[in-house]
Design a protein around this ligand. Structure first.
Ligand code: F6P
Length: 330
C-alpha cells in the first residue's frame, strides 16, 4: 500500500485544515495511507507524528471531520532552523525512509517550498506543495490559501478604526502583514475604502503624501486611513508617522499594528473551496507520480506549477489596482 505524509509549515494560514482534510480524504478514497507530521519540518526531524491512537500516525477520513471551518492547523506548524542545514534535511529524509513514506504533501509558503526543493535533492520520494500563506506571494495561483480570509479580517478591523477615526477627525496608519509583498495591504486598502496603501512595490514619499492628504482635508474628508505593508520600504509605520508629522500632516495621527490577528479565524468560503481544490489536486498528482510541483488555481483553472516557478518572485501586485485605489481616494 502506498503511504504519503503531510505537514503544514511556516506561518499558519486560515484554510490549512481544509486543505489537510482534502488531502486525507482524496488519498484515502484512492487507497493510499496518509501519515500526519506535526510541527512542520521539525516533526520530520523528531519523528513527531499525528496521534492516531494506534501509534501509526495514520489519519483516517474521520480524523479530519469538522475541521474545514477552523483556522490554524490541527497538525500544528513551525519554522525549523535545523531543517535549513544540510544535516537537518538529511535527517528529515532518513525519517521518511525509515517510515516507508513514498510521497509528501507540504502546505506552506515560499520558505516551505524552498525546504521541499532541498528535501527533494536527497530523498527519492515525491513531493507536492499547496500554497498556504496569508502573504499571497506565490506565483502559479491567483490567491494563496488564507489570503482572502486575512484581507477580510484586516478589513473588519479597519471598519472599526474608521468609526473612531471619523469621530476624532484623525489619520490612522494601519500596518498589515505580507512580508515582502504588498498584496495584503493593497487588497485591504481597496476593500476597506482606505485612502492610501504604502507597499514595497511602489516608493512612499511622505512630503507628497502630506500634500495629497491636505487636498483631501480641504475637500472635507473627516478621517484618513493609510494601510502600510510591513515590508514597505519606508521603515515601518512609526518612521512614516514621524515623517508625516514632520511634514505638517493636517490630521492628528494614530498608528495600529494588526499583527497576528490576521492569521487567525475561520476561513472564508472562498478559502475553504480553494484549499479543498488544492488539497485534492495535490493528493491526486502525488499518487499519479508527479513531484516538485505546487497545486494552485490560476484564472479559474486548477493547475500544477514547478516549485522553482512558484517561488521565483514573479508575482507582482496588479498595477491597475494601485491606480483604482488612487481614483477612489478623492
Ligand atoms: O508568512 C506569513 C507571515 O504572517 C508574514 O506575513 C509575517 O511577516 C510572518 O509570517 C510573521 O511570522 P511569525 O509568526 O514567525 O512572527
Amino acid at each position: 500500500m502506498m503511504r504519503i505524509a503531510i505537514l503544514c509549515s511556516g506561518g499558519d494560514a486560515p484554510g490549512m485544515n481544509a486543505c489537510l482534510r482534502a488531502v486525507v480524504r482524496t488519498a484515502s478514497t484512492m487507497g493510499v495511507e496518509v501519515v500526519g507530521v506535526r510541527h512542520g519540518y521539525q516533526g520530520l526531524l523528531d519523528g513527531d507524528f499525528y496521534e492516531s491512537g494506534d501509534g501509526t500516525g495514520v489519519m483516517s477520513a474521520r480524523s479530519v471531520s469538522h475541521i474545514i471551518q477552523h483556522g490554524g492547523t490541527i497538525l500544528r506548524t513551525g519554522r525549523c532552523d535545523e531543517f535549513r542545514t544540510a544535516s537537518g534535511v538529511r535527517k528529515a529524509a532518513d525519517t521518511l525512509v525509515a517510515n516507508n513514506i513514498d510521497g509528501l504533501v507540504v502546505i506552506g509558503g515560499d520558505g516551505s517550498l524552498r525546504g521541499a526543493i532541498e528535501l527533494g535533492k536527497v530523498w527519492s520520494g515525491r513531493i507536492v506543495g499547496c500554497p498556504g500563506t496569508i502573504d499571497n506571494d506565490l506565483a502559479g495561483t491567483d490567491y494563496t490559501i488564507g489570503f482572502l480570509t486575512a484581507v477580510a479580517t484586516a478589513v473588519e478591523a479597519i471598519d472599526k478604526l474608521r468609526d473612531t477615526a471619523e469621530s476624532h477627525e484623525r489619520l490612522f496608519l494601519v500596518e498589515v502583514m505580507g512580508r515582502g509583498s504588498g498584496y495584503l495591504a493593497l487588497f485591504t486598502a481597496l476593500a476597506s475604502g482606505a485612502e492610501f496603501a504604502c507597499i514595497p512595490e511602489t516608493p512612499t514619499h511622505s512630503a507628497q503624501m502630506v500634500s495629497d492628504i491636505s487636498v483631501l482635508k480641504k475637500r472635507g474628508k473627516a478621517s484618513i486611513i493609510v494601510v502600510v505593508a510591513e515590508g514597505d520600504d519606508d521603515g515601518g509605520i512609526e518612521v512614516l508617522r514621524g515623517e508625516l508629522e514632520a511634514e505638517g500632516c493636517p490630521y492628528p495621527l494614530r498608528s495600529v499594528k494588526l499583527g497576528h490577528v490576521q492569521r487567525g479565524g475561520s476561513p472564508t468560503p472562498a478559502d475553504r473551496i480553494l484549499a479543498s481544490e488544492a488539497g485534492d489536486l495535490a493528493a491526486r498528482a502525488l499518487i499519479d507520480g508527479k513531484s516538485g510541483v505546487m497545486a494552485g488555481r490560476l484564472a479559474g483553472q486548477m493547475q500544477l506549477t514547478p516549485f522553482a516557478e512558484a517561488i521565483a518572485g514573479t508575482k507582482t501586485v496588479p498595477l491597475e489596482q494601485i491606480q483604482l485605489l488612487k481614483r477612489m481616494s478623492v
